[in-house]
Design a protein around this ligand. Structure first.
Ligand code: HEC
Length: 125
């Protein structure tokens, strides 16, 4: 018997299987180590001085800090920013569709459960 991911009986969220793919697709482009974009050939620096491409960097946060507070989604801007309406300057990602409610809830649950990164190490430097 299986329960939906968001029921109160949900198993804890597997970061690499559920959360990382969302961040890779929707956030890493602007929040990774400085790199040359393959398509445009332009150098991309991490926006807001915030890198999300390793657990250490995500916990360290960016210019304003407080980007990931394990156990407290309300104090984690990586969650609160994705729930803001498009019209808000701080809404993330700033381009494209909003994350779906299901994606937002996965991020929220993962943070509430302590933001366990499992075996994921991300970028080495
Ligand atoms: C198209 C580029 C782009 C994408 C994609 C993007 N961001 Fe951002 N992000 C920015 C820019 C630019 C800033 C800094 C200026 C600002 O605050 O609006 C920023 C700032 C932030 C900050 C504040 C950092 C700090 O400490 O000041 C957080 C948190 C954040 N983004 C989270 C996310 C998350 C989570 C995603 C994916 C769901 C995401 N961003 C996707 C461009 C992007």
């Amino acid at each position: 018997m299986s329960f939906g991911v968001l029921t109160s009986h949900a198993e804890s969220v597997d970061f690499e299987a559920k959360v990382l793919p969302i961040l890779k697709e929707r956030c890493f482009d602007c929040h990774s180590k400085e790199h040359v974009d393959e398509k445009t050939g332009k150098t991309k620096k991490p926006k807001g001085k915030f890198r999300m491409d390793s657990p250490e960097m995500m916990k360290k946060g960016g210019a304003d800090g407080g980007d990931l507070t394990p156990g407290d989604p309300a104090k984690s801007t990586i969650y609160t920013s994705v729930t803001l309406p498009d019209s808000d300057d701080k809404a993330m990602p700033p381009k494209g569709d909003r994350l779906s409610k299901e994606q937002q809830d996965l991020i929220k649950q993962w943070i509430a459960e302590g933001a366990n990164f499992g075996a994921w190490k991300g970028a080495a430097d």
